[in-house]
Ligand binder design. Structure first.
Ligand code: DOR
Ligand code: ZN
Ligand code: ZN
Length: 342
């Protein structure tokens, strides 16, 4: 069949290295099914789910529960991330050999914050056993400094999640300029200046922090955009749970900021598709001959107001309601098939 894409822009679909799907344990916030459908609506065909489920994804049984459930409603490609310490406690290492059969992404869950020795060991192991540690360092930029010092000595594989502060970026610049290899991400929401006290981790930055993130993107110091899609119920939000549900409007938020700051669509594609594919080591598969395409068709000339009541995600939690954004996902194609249509 023929798709009429007149006036629209065709791009590789997006890959999200950082989402929370809440399955198992918090199905009232999100589940594998709704999370994947929301991702497709956002133009993503591959998502990586964080390990802070209940039980925590730190063992074979939980991992297999997730992967088997995913197989049944296989809408979107999924990489399940494992916790690196038991129960996200930052104390005892999990059975790495076992979990490496399923994933090469491990979330450090703050082990770096309280347990320097263990974090150094984890960095060494990441090099020896070949996996990538996703670290959540902020709000303490000092922790990034120590992590990068340890990285310089160990040469492990490190990805720094959701940076938001100018001082973090300055440290990242310093170490990248020295030739130390690692990657980092910024979320769509941390590209916006927000006076609001809306709870999210890390918190919204000050104007100078946001400007630093945009400059960091322009200068090529920030590798990827990842949503940190964090769905919560209204009740949990009222009780103070941090996070924003945002995968469905991620592209529009990013495109709006890029458009306002004269950053190219190629750069957006690099940060939302190509660079994440490299971290997942999928870039070869992307150009494999005979492989059917993963694509997204977007309308760059459309603007709309964010309205979370229209979200597929169970999480309607966002401070962006009413915010006008540019660029709309019109269609998502996965493995040659239309999986979402506006
Ligand atoms: O705001 C956040 N919420 N940041 C995180 O890193 C975790 C997430 C969550 O799980 O709700
Ligand atoms: Zn985090
Ligand atoms: Zn997160």
């Amino acid at each position: 069949s023929v798709i009429n894409g007149k006036g629209l822009t065709l791009m590789p679909s997006f890959i999200d290295l950082h989402v929370h799907l809440r399955d198992p344990g918090y199905l009232y916030k999100e589940d594998l099914y709704t999370g994947q459908r929301a991702a497709l609506k956002g133009g993503f065909t591959h998502i990586c789910a964080m390990a802070n489920t209940n039980p925590v994804c730190d063992n074979k049984k939980t991992m297999e529960y997730i992967l088997n459930k995913h197989k049944k409603n296989n809408h979107c490609n999924l990489t399940q991330i494992s916790s690196i310490t038991k129960g996200l406690q930052g104390k005892e290492l999990i059975d790495l050999e076992e979990m490496l059969k399923y994933t090469k992404l491990f979330s450090d869950d703050g082990v770096n914050v309280d347990n320097e020795e263990l974090f150094e060991e984890v960095l060494k192991l990441s090099k020896e056993m070949y996996f990538t540690i996703l670290t959540h360092c902020e709000p303490e930029a000092e922790v990034i400094k120590r992590d990068l010092e340890l990285l310089e000595n160990t040469e492990g594989n490190l990805h720094i999640c959701h940076i938001s502060l100018k001082k973090s970026l300055n440290l990242i610049k310093k170490y990248k300029d020295k030739g130390i290899n690692f990657t980092c991400e910024v979320t769509p929401h941390h590209l916006f200046h927000w006076n609001d006290k809306y709870r999210v981790n890390p918190s919204f930055g000050k104007k100078e922090d946001v400007n630093a993130m945009i400059k960091g993107i322009k200068e090529g110091y920030i590798d990827i955009i990842a949503t940190d899609h964090a769905p919560h119920s209204e009740e949990d939000k009222l009780k103070g749970s941090p996070g924003i549900s945002g995968i469905e409007v991620a592209f529009s938020k990013v495109y709006t900021v890029f458009k306002e700051n004269n950053i190219s669509l190629n750069k957006l594609s690099e940060m939302m598709s190509y660079n994440p594919s490299r971290i997942l080591e999928l870039e070869e598969a992307l150009v494999e001959e005979g492989k059917r395409a993963d694509l997204v068709l977007v309308d760059l000339n459309q603007s709309y107001s964010v309205d979370s009541s229209t979200f597929i995600s169970k999480g309607k939690n966002t401070p962006f309601n009413g915010r006008r954004v540019w660029g709309k996902v019109m269609m998502t194609i996965r493995d040659g098939e239309i999986v979402y249509k506006d």
